[in-house]
Design a protein around this ligand. Sequence first.
Ligand code: G3H
Ligand code: 13P
Ligand code: ZN
Length: 340
Amino acid sequence: MPMVSMRQILDEAAKGGYGVGAFNVNNMEQIQAIMEAARETRSPVIVQASRGARSYAQDRYLYHLMLAAVELYPEIPVALHLDHGNTPEVCRSAIEMGFTSVMMDGSLMPDGKTPSTFEYNVKVTREVVEMAHERGVTVEGELGVLGGIEDGHGAGVSGLAHLTDPDQAAEFVERTGVDALAVAIGTSHGAYKFSRKPDRSVLVIERIQQIHEKIPHVHLVMHGSSSVPKELQDIINQYGGKIKPTWGVPIEEIQTAIRYGVRKINVDTDNRLAMTGAIRKVFYEKPEEFDPRTYLKAAREAMKKVVMERMIAFGQAGHAGDYEPIPLEEMARRYKNKEL
Ligand code: G3H
Ligand code: 13P
Ligand code: ZN
């Protein structure tokens, strides 16, 4: 099947009451790991590339790897999504390349660090919605500010002052027409999210429910949703790495968030940890080895395992065959006729 819009994947997830993992990719092995995990669990999937990924791999390599993926896995619905587009121009270039979904992260200024104003956010997001929907492409916006600064997609804020406000979310959706909305509920990007197992005072899952009540037709997105399992930290540290003790978002909290209305769950860090641990292990156990395939294969296997576990936990497993893809032209027609 051709690549599908993220909107279709999330509409189906809403109907079925499950969540869909959105996994970041930068290279062939990561794409292969996700596709193999999707096949084994029969999952629809969202593959996402950040600006960093697009420049690391070069856009066209990534896009053509994705074309190979949809050709080789025709039974899997796949959306290709731009993660954290920082300007309408960056979103436009992704749409022109063939991405079926884009995120316009107008919660931050184009530097990816400075919190923006609500009016700025509405303006840039609305602009992207207009250009994307004309082509049947999905748009994710973001309201509220995530913590974490090291990756350029967070303002480094702490505390709960920047959580998404439910009333403002309703106004934002009304004025922009986004399909999906990333909300801030206390998570941040990267491995160092929480210094102890998070409770509801720092990971405010109830906020999802409050936002969902105001905008039930918009798909909610949780960024910074890696669980940072201790086992993955331990493998890295056992083989010479130095990950400081840290906590991520517990799987059971994500499952509660899905019950409260979250449909898209962004996971990157867990896969990075899994790949790095596997590579370190090969280097340690086979110091004579120098064929990159040996350790890249181990890394790919380790990532596939994590992705499969997430697909099962989020509930998307088993749903790949539920629906026929809607062509982007038809999505565009539906947006134009206000059917979506
Ligand atoms: O949101 C952040 C993702 O983990 C992508 O990170 O910008 O380093 O590719 P990146
Ligand atoms: P993690 O760093 O928790 O994996 O979050 C990834 C993310 O939100 C990508 O947009
Ligand atoms: Zn993110």
